[in-house]
Write a protein that binds this ligand. Structure first.
Ligand code: ATP
Length: 369
């Protein structure tokens, strides 16, 4: 009943069981196994995964550079299978920028609009608007061969945004920049997405980049999307071992559920002790599972409780310290503590210590592949 509110939650892109195989017969290689996802209008959506998992392939299917072998891609509810790439309201920013070196910054940004035969004064106004958006007005008359990598990146973004596409696809656009510039551009990209309201589909293999910029992240492995969620969901509640491991440091413990109350369960792990965790839907007594705990969610203390270990190594990192310790069953664990006010506990390798984690800090990995 409220169209404006509906528009906010509507799907921009729906991927329905999208598969892609290259080659045929015994030589066929399945790059995408049938992925399903709903990318919402105005969201910063990231495809995250290691090299070769199919991120670029998925982006190319959305852009229309390749056709899917199976499944459907809908744009705002319409099947776009038969729409040529240039007719899709979708634009791409490539890793290599692909600017014309002999043209000026302005000419590069104007190029796509001229191809679309937009009126002259509209082109001039849009170029000015886009250069202001990416903060490159001062360099509008420079050749793109005469500006820095970070500046080229801004021009490439301005050029891709100029036709005001509904969706912008970005294939590792920051990977050619040095670390400091990359961090700056992460903030810039997020600002551009918020200011333009365009749906961004961003590809990266860098987990930190994905966590800092995205509204939601799809974690991919071997042609599959394993989990889709907000950065916090993916980080705090990974559902797959691969996701937990790919995103930051984490400890795994294998065991089985010994008892469950209404909101909490306990896993008794031989040689380790009882570990309490928030009851996940479908958890039942006797069920084997893997528990995952981030090092910063582990609290160390004196060895007086159920859970103890022996400290192996203490590694100082400035803002925090990593404590490596072993459990009774031989598993190795890591705990990370902040060195607030320069304070560090006085434990030394060889000490017996106690450890604990709040039940909400323990993730349950259902599928342990
Ligand atoms: P990267 O981060 O290295 O770019 P990616 O996740 O983007 O990796 P894709 O480029 O989508 O991965 O490739 C997925 C798989 O499909 C790879 O194993 C790749 O070799 C294969 N592949 C991609 N394009 C083709 C093609 N045209 N013909 C055959 N195989 C291909």
């Amino acid at each position: 009943a409220v169209p404006a509110a509906q528009a906010d939650v509507a799907s921009s892109i729906e991927l329905r069981n999208v598969g892609k195989a290259f080659g045929s017969g015994v030589n066929a290689f399945v790059a995408l196994k049938g992925v399903t996802a709903d990318i919402r209008t105005n969201e910063f959506f990231t495809l995250l995964g290691p090299s070769g998992c199919g991120k670029t392939t998925l982006l190319r299917l959305i852009a229309g550079f390749e056709a899917p072998s199976s499944g459907e891609i809908l744009l705002e509810g319409r099947d776009i299978a038969n729409l040529a790439p240039y007719r899709r309201p979708v634009n791409t920013v490539f890793q290599s920028y692909a600017l014309f070196p002999h043209m000026t910054v302005s000419e590069n940004v104007a190029f796509g609009l001229q191809m679309l035969k937009r009126p002259r004064d509209e082109v001039a106004a849009t170029v000015e608007e886009m250069l202001r958006l990416v903060r490159m007005e001062a360099m509008k008359d420079r050749k793109t061969s005469e500006i820095s990598g970070g500046q080229q990146q801004r021009v490439a973004l301005a050029r891709a945004l100029a036709p005001k596409p509904k969706v912008l696809l970005l294939d590792e656009p920051l990977s050619a920049l040095d670390l400091k510039l990359r961090k700056e551009m992460q903030v810039e990209l997020k600002r551009l997405q918020t200011e333009t309201g365009i749906t961004f589909v961003f590809v990266t293999h860098d987990q930190e980049e994905a966590l800092t910029m995205s509204d939601r992240v799809a974690v991919m492995s071997q042609g599959d999307i394993l989990q889709i969620g907000s950065p916090r969901e993916i980080y705090n509640h990974p559902t797959h071992r691969f996701v937990a491991d790919f995103i930051g440091d984490i400890n795994f413990l294998k065991g089985s559920v010994s008892r469950c109350g209404e909101t909490e369960c306990v896993a008794d792990i031989a040689g380790v002790g009882p570990i309490r965790f928030d009851r996940a839907p479908g958890t039942s007594e006797g069920q084997p599972l893997t528990l995952a705990i981030r090092p910063e969610r582990i609290t160390l203390g004196p060895p007086t409780g159920d859970l103890t270990g022996r400290l192996e190594n203490v590694v100082y990192h400035g803002t925090d310290t990593i404590y490596h310790f072993t459990l009774g069953d031989g598993s190795r664990m890591r705990a990370r503590a902040q060195n607030s006010d320069g304070h560090e506990p006085a434990w030394r390798p060889g000490d017996r210590i106690g450890w604990s984690a709040r039940p909400d800090a323990v993730a349950v990995i259902a599928e342990d592949s």
